[in-house]
Design a protein around this ligand. Structure first.
Ligand code: F42
Length: 144
């Protein structure tokens, strides 16, 4: 059985722990912004370990848009590599947990629509888009 390997960053690890240990009743927002987050449980593509990351909640019908912004950093977050290698994930949205499958959405009209929904949910994504010297990866997580 693969084991859980916590996120490297303290603030992220703490949010994951609070979100999960409270059954999705606490730690469900980005710091004090009040903006909702989801938890994406997935598999590390090198360690095979269980990885959990909080992302902003961008809901579209019964799917979620996952945005590899990492604050507009130079490089993609490494969870992007994980999702590309293993598309089967589990999404916790507050008290509910869903098995989902992700697919990366290439540049084009569909991605434009997902991007619009993402910015509507979290306007800082637009700042990150301007800052990042890369096309920010966008995935759509759909119910299996
Ligand atoms: N990040 C976003 O990109 N988008 C968001 O919308 C977002 C929202 C958000 C809300 C709350 C919060 O607490 C954090 C939020 N974050 C958001 C940050 C997000 O949770 C991640 O911390 C961030 O995106 C960086 O992701 P990362 O995968 O690059 O994490 C690094 C720092 C990390 O944990 N590295 C690990 C390490 O040990 O250094 C390795 C993690 C890993 O997955 N390793 C893979 C494995 O096999 O286990 C290998 C990966 C590889 O190919 O190298």
């Amino acid at each position: 059985m693969a084991e859980y390997i916590p996120p490297a960053a303290d603030w992220v690890r703490e949010q994951v722990e609070l979100y999960e240990s409270s059954g999705g009743t606490k730690g469900t927002t980005l710091m004090d912004t009040g903006l909702p987050c989801i938890l994406v449980t997935h598999m590390g593509n090198k360690t095979g370990g269980i990885r959990k990351i909080p992302l902003m909640r961008v809901k579209m019908d019964n799917s979620y848009v996952l945005v590899g912004s990492k604050g507009g950093a130079e490089k993609d977050p490494v969870w992007v590599h994980n999702l590309r290698a293993n598309p089967d994930v589990e999404i916790r949205d507050a008290t509910e947990v869903w098995p989902m499958r992700v697919r990366e959405v290439p540049d084009g009209p569909e991605r434009d629509r997902l991007w619009e929904a993402a910015v509507a949910a979290f306007d800082r994504y637009e700042d990150y888009r301007k800052k990042a010297p890369r096309l920010i990866p966008v995935f759509l997580a759909e119910p299996v």
